[in-house]
Design a protein around this ligand. Structure first.
Ligand code: SAM
Length: 206
């Protein structure tokens, strides 16, 4: 997976590649899909949600240029796979999931794997986690119509944020760096995520 799907597509961040090589992705998918866990695609994880394609997980992780000392906020815990990849690299990961059943099973998995530098909160991630802010990095792993303003507020100066921005079907990955003058953004390619449902994103429903 790392050689064929990540390095071959130009990803070079050493910490991200080491994390992707170490975190057992097959433990984050339903048992019936274990044989497809390392395929080049997203997979269903229940509750109409998905675990993202390995390349997208690595692309978003490396977009944060993560350092060992970083504190990172993730919105959309899902299976907990992206959380585990981040937890392998950084000091502390704060992850928010709106669906309690997913948050609970992700928590169990992460505990079993010994990820003790993770906190999970059930709620609307578009509001961020003000008590733990500012963050050195913020990853949103669901599609938003725009970057939720509370998340930009909770990003440290020099911190990076990655968000799939677009409609409910197709998005572009936007990567931003917070400067004193505002958020400097670049486009990092097309992507397809399930919608971010919340006060600063899409309303619930179709
Ligand atoms: N990072 C996950 C993984 O590695 O398995 C994949 C995330 S999945 C593509 C998107 C997740 O975002 C879903 O679990 C969904 O319930 C969650 N979500 C959607 N809106 C949310 C919100 N406002 N706050 C927190 N989580 C949200």
């Amino acid at each position: 997976m790392v050689v064929r799907q990540l390095i071959a597509r130009g990803l070079t961040d050493r910490r991200t590649l080491a994390a992707m090589a170490s975190v057992p992705r097959h433990l984050f998918v339903p048992p019936s899909l274990m044989s497809a866990a390392y395929d080049d695609s997203p997979l269903p994880v229940g509750q109409s949600q998905t675990i993202s394609q390995p390349y997208i997980v690595a692309l978003m992780t490396s977009a944060l240029a993560p350092r060992r000392t970083a504190r990172v906020l993730e919105i959309g815990t899902g299976s907990g796979y992206q959380t585990a990849v981040l937890a392998y690299i950084v000091q502390r990961v704060y992850s928010i999931e709106r669906l309690p059943a997913l948050a609970e099973s992700a928590w169990d998995r992460l505990r079993q794997l010994g990820c003790d530098n993770v906190e999970i909160h059930v709620g609307d991630g578009t509001l961020g986690w003000p008590d733990a802010a500012p963050f050195d990095g913020i990853l949103v792993t669901a599609a938003a119509p725009e970057i939720p303003a509370p998340l930009v507020e909770q990003l440290a100066l020099g911190g990076r944020i990655a968000v799939p921005v677009g409609d409910r079907v197709l998005q572009e990955l936007i990567v931003g760096v917070k400067r004193a003058s505002g958020l400097e953004t670049r486009r990092a390619g097309p992507c397809r995520f399930v919608p971010l449902i919340g006060r600063f994103a899409f309303p619930e429903g179709p």
